[in-house]
Design a protein around this ligand. Structure first.
Ligand code: PHE
Length: 458
């Protein structure tokens, strides 16, 4: 038997509360910071085409699977598998499927460890816009300012700490109380702001190049096998997928909500946010002569130029970094919640105890990432530095692998009739299409991408 905690589990206040929370998890640094630099490094439009295909064929069906597993299992990422697959005389409950949940908890540690660092950079920029320091270019330019900040040893850790303290604080009081309001107000504001900034960006003189980069594919980029792995990892990262975050959030849902509508809304909104962020960033990238493949610092060097290019742009700088920090916070909360929910049940810890201990450990785990641009430069795998190595292993390997197991579990490990019923699809064409995608398309797609990335297809 799995251990079970005797503390009452949280429930969302309403169906809207759940959708907003899932959206708040999905929309975050992944849509702005990560999408822009990964698309920039992988050829722009060709990447976008593959990315959208992966969202539709692999991501969305697995979002549905996670919601279904969570709501039915009413437990954390690991416990939901234990409850739903009872085992037999040779296998313990949940074996072997719950490996997806265990990997998910590990992914939460890895992702939040570096997510806190990048979000700390956002907070530092927010401070520098609040003080007016970045309203005009520093003596050596915005790029040098950024480089100097991230290569320091003290500041990046301090800001990572502040962000993690906020995240821990919210999970400490409980996700429900902590985030519903932020998602209702601040996320739409961020949406409006990036729409306004992308309309403005079109007047900057880099518009035609920027739009071509984002929307007119150079198909030759498809010959590079790395683009598929990059798109797959980005799809999972951006949808908060493959690590049980959506299982955990689904588990705080009572029964009668329609999951397919929720899944479709989350995936649509998340993808729109990324595309609009691309519209905001790429025309500006070309207007200011920045290399779209500049890497993880891309937003931090482009956006200050944008805010510097019109009167009182600094106010937009304040808003942008504030709202992005808020979006990052609601995502970070969902990451921490995966691990905290697991530890609460497994070790019968209180929510407060689990938040502090787990959050504290993740903060410590993140310190090497915070130092990766300075004293630890050069430490990492191949040509990736430490922070990018952690991101690569978690996002491009752990998340899709977790997603593969989840797809197989729902597609093959579940009885078909149960899967259709528990997902709210019923025996419909859409429901059968969903199972077809889970059974064949998603697993084969993920395995194909893995194999091609290690050069199996030449
Ligand atoms: N989807 C979040 C973002 O785009 C990050 C995240 C990944 C959150 C995995 C939870 C789980 O910023």
């Amino acid at each position: 038997m799995s251990q079970s905690s005797n503390q009452p589990r949280e429930q969302w206040a309403s169906r809207v509360g759940f959708i907003l929370a899932a959206m708040g998890s999905a929309v975050g640094l992944g849509n702005v910071w990560r999408f822009s630099y990964v698309a920039g490094e992988n050829g722009g439009a060709a990447f976008l085409v593959i990315y959208i295909a992966m969202i539709l064929l692999i991501g969305l069906p697995i979002v549905m699977a996670e919601f279904t597993i969570g709501r039915k299992g009413q437990s954390d990422a690991v416990g939901s598998f234990e409850k739903l697959s009872p085992g037999n005389e040779r296998l313990a409950p949940g074996e072997p499927w719950k490996i997806a949940g265990i990997m998910g908890v590990a992914s939460a540690f890895m992702i939040l460890s570096f997510y806190g660092v990048i979000a700390g950079w956002i907070l530092y920029y927010l401070l520098n816009y609040l003080t007016g320091n970045l309203w005009s270019a520093p003596t050596d330019g915005y790029g040098a300012f950024f480089g100097e900040f991230i290569s320091g040893s003290f500041q990046p850790i301090v800001w990572q700490f502040i962000f993690m303290a906020l995240t821990i604080g919210i999970v400490f009081v409980g996700v429900k109380k902590g985030i519903e309001r932020a998602n209702k107000i601040l996320m739409p504001l961020l949406g409006i702001l990036i729409i306004v900034l992308s309309v403005y960006g079109l007047t900057l003189g880099g518009a035609s190049e920027g739009l071509a980069f984002l929307f007119s594919p150079d198909w030759s980029a498809l010959a590079n096998p790395n683009i598929y792995l990059a798109a797959l990892g980005q799809a999972f990262f951006s949808l908060s997928l493959g690590m049980g975050a959506l299982i955990t959030y689904g588990s705080y849902l009572s029964s009668k909500e329609s999951l397919p509508g929720a899944a479709a809304s989350v995936a649509t909104l998340d993808t729109l946010f990324a595309i609009i962020a691309g519209l905001m960033i790429f025309p500006a990238v070309f207007a200011f002569g920045i290399d779209p493949a500049a890497g993880p610092g891309l937003v931090f060097v482009v956006m200050p130029d944008v805010f510097d290019s019109f009167a009182l742009g600094g106010i937009f700088g304040i808003l942008f970094f504030f709202l992005l920090a808020a979006a990052a916070l609601t995502s970070a909360v969902s990451l921490l919640e995966v691990a905290v929910a697991y530890f609460i049940r497994k070790f019968n810890w209180s929510r407060k105890q689990a938040s502090l201990i787990v959050g504290g450990i993740i903060f410590l785990f993140g310190i090497p990432s915070a130092l990766s641009q300075g004293v630890l430069a050069g430490v990492g795998f191949g040509d990736l530095d430490f922070i990018d190595s952690v991101d690569f292993i978690a996002s491009n390997i752990f998340l899709p692998l977790g997603g593969l197991i989840i797809a197989l579990f729902m597609g093959w490990g579940f009885k078909k009739a149960d899967a259709l019923k528990d997902s709210d699809f019923g025996n419909t064409v859409l429901g059968n299409l969903w199972l077809f995608l889970l059974r064949y398309v998603a697993p084969i797609g993920i395995i194909f991408v893995f194999l091609s990335s290690i050069g199996v297809f030449g």
